[in-house]
Design a protein around this ligand. Structure first.
Ligand code: NAD
Length: 480
């Protein structure tokens, strides 16, 4: 059992009130760590430290390529601790170990990607008239806040923190109270690099305390948030009081649109993987299957067979599906399954699973629900479990209408050999990412990621995310 401390202004500290919160392994309910229950005073210390660091010449003087070196060094540390980190992530989130490795590998790639980018974020010159030079520079915004969800901690921290440091900002991370373990390791890596105090800070604690204080802090200059719509709206309102920009990634109800002319085996695999990854607790989970009516029976039979073969077990045992994060999330999934029994048809799954030796874990069978009314809660809301809802369509226009029929718009999968149809659909879909005959594209470190509609705004990942953490200054110089 590890006693984690916060990392503020280059020091390892307890919460000002001295209280702590337990961290449990979702696979078996064991307490694996305690974290300080950070409060507004602690957040204030961290933000003040980040502000001082930002204004201090010692951080300003670090050259862009040297910031790249810092990020490369973090990537190297992640790489050398890869086994330990994958295990830690698996124990903390409950995800199968293979997925823990995939997350650590993605984190390494984020740090490398933004390390390479650090000395390539360029400005512009604008022709005005003879005797006048006009140039545009991209400057760091200042103190950046990163409020992290519990489902992909190391990946989500890495993608925004690396981009923020690459562009010369300072950072305050608020990890999720359920899953702080890898954020704590990252803090240790930054500590080992002996950066100026306050460049990187990690605060822990409950969302309504530490998270709310961070999003409302007047010295924060940008907030990056990933999580639920409800909390995202609260965070954005708090930031808006200070006229501070936010990047919001708020989940989805993403469709996989399957036509009869698809490559069947590849599509079955893609559809199944898109919903079971991290037990469906993924913002970009492919949680709606839209299948062409004439092809439904043949395709669903294969999907159901694949679901029956899936194994459920503890994260470190590395089966296909791990537990649901905690009792609150589990009850939410169960509520939707109860709804399915009342108003739709469960084709496979739907029952709680007891895993031997892990009786305190919250496990659920992977579930396929047919006959779902497109206007129902089952069709509209994030279930956040390994639960696939099925809909049918007769033609492309109906598929499009169904695909766009939720408030979300994060990711869409299109499975067809008809490339014209795929491009047409892609052009009409309200979705931040579209995958044609694949889903997820290798982790997508380089690809802009974010939502249309209530899935959020702003983009993370890839080059474009660097612009979240810079502001534009135009300078006009008369020299004649
Ligand atoms: P949440 O949105 O409440 O929590 C996400 C992060 O925000 C955590 O770090 C939390 O501590 C913090 N937070 C909570 N309240 C806050 C506040 N008032 N101000 C600032 N920060 C605050 O998510 P949750 O309650 O853990 O999960 C609920 C639902 O959210 C899930 O069922 C799922 O539908 C959705 N969710 C989506 C994602 C995603 O990747 N898009 C991730 C996690 C959860």
């Amino acid at each position: 059992m590890q006693q984690i401390k916060m990392y503020i202004d280059g020091e390892w500290v307890e919460a000002s009130g001295g209280t702590v919160l337990d961290v449990k392994n979702p696979s078996n309910g064991e307490v694996i760590a305690s974290i300080p229950a950070g409060k507004a005073e602690d957040v204030d210390r961290a933000v003040q430290a980040a502000k001082r660091a930002f204004q201090d010449e010692s951080w300003r003087k670090v050259k862009p390529h040297e910031r790249g070196d810092i990020l490369y060094a973090i990537a190297e540390k992640l790489k050398s601790d890869r086994d330990e980190l994958a295990k830690l992530e698996s124990m903390d989130v409950g995800k199968p170990l293979t997925q823990g490795y995939a997350d650590v590998d993605a984190a390494i790639r984020y740090f490398r990607f933004y390390a390479g980018a650090a000395d390539k974020v360029m400005g512009d010159t604008i022709p005005i008239e003879d005797g006048l030079i006009d140039y545009v520079v991209r400057e760091p915004v200042g103190v950046t806040a990163h409020i992290i969800p519990w489902n992909y901690p190391i990946q989500i921290i890495s993608r925004s923190v690396a981009a923020a440091i690459a562009t010369g900002n300072t950072v305050v991370v608020k990890s999720a109270e359920d899953t702080p373990m890898t954020a704590n390791k990252l803090a240790a890596y930054f500590d080992e690099l002996k950066l100026p105090n306050g460049v990187f800070n990690h605060v822990t604690g409950l969302g309504q305390d530490a998270g709310a204080a961070l999003s409302a802090h007047p010295l924060v200059n940008h907030v990056t948030f990933t999580g639920s719509v409800q909390t995202g709206v609260a965070v954005a309102k708090a930031a808006m009081e200070n006229v501070v920009p936010v990047t919001l990634e708020l989940g989805g109800k993403s469709p996989n649109i399957v036509f009869a002319d698809c490559d069947v085996e590849r599509t079955v695999q893609g559809v199944v993987r898109a919903i079971i990854q991290n037990a469906g607790q993924t913002c970009s989970a492919g949680s709606r299957l839209l299948v062409e009516s004439s092809f439904k029976d043949e395709f669903l039979e294969k999907v159901v067979e694949a679901f029956k073969r899936l194994e459920v077990g503890q994260g470190l045992d590395d089966k296909d599906i791990g537990p649901i994060l905690n009792e609150k999330q589990f009850n939410r999934v169960k509520e939707f399954i109860t709804l399915a029994r009342q108003e739709a048809e469960i084709l496979v799954g739907g029952k709680q699973v007891t895993v031997e030796g892990a009786e305190k874990g919250f496990y659920i069978e992977p579930t396929v629900i047919d006959g779902v009314d497109p206007n129902s809660r089952l069709a509209q809301e994030e279930i956040f479990g390994p639960v696939l809802t099925v809909f049918t369509f007769d033609d492309t226009e109906e598929a499009l209408k169904l695909a766009n029929s939720t408030d979300y718009g994060l990711v869409t999968g299109i499975w067809t050999k008809d490339i014209s149809r795929a491009h047409y659909l892609s052009s009409r879909i309200d979705s931040g990412q579209v995958f044609i005959n694949n889903y997820g594209a290798g982790g997508g470190v380089q690809m802009p990621f974010g939502g249309y509609k209530r899935s959020g705004f702003g983009r993370e990942k890839g080059w474009i995310a660097l612009y979240n953490y810079t502001q534009v200054k135009n300078v006009a110089v008369r020299y004649d």
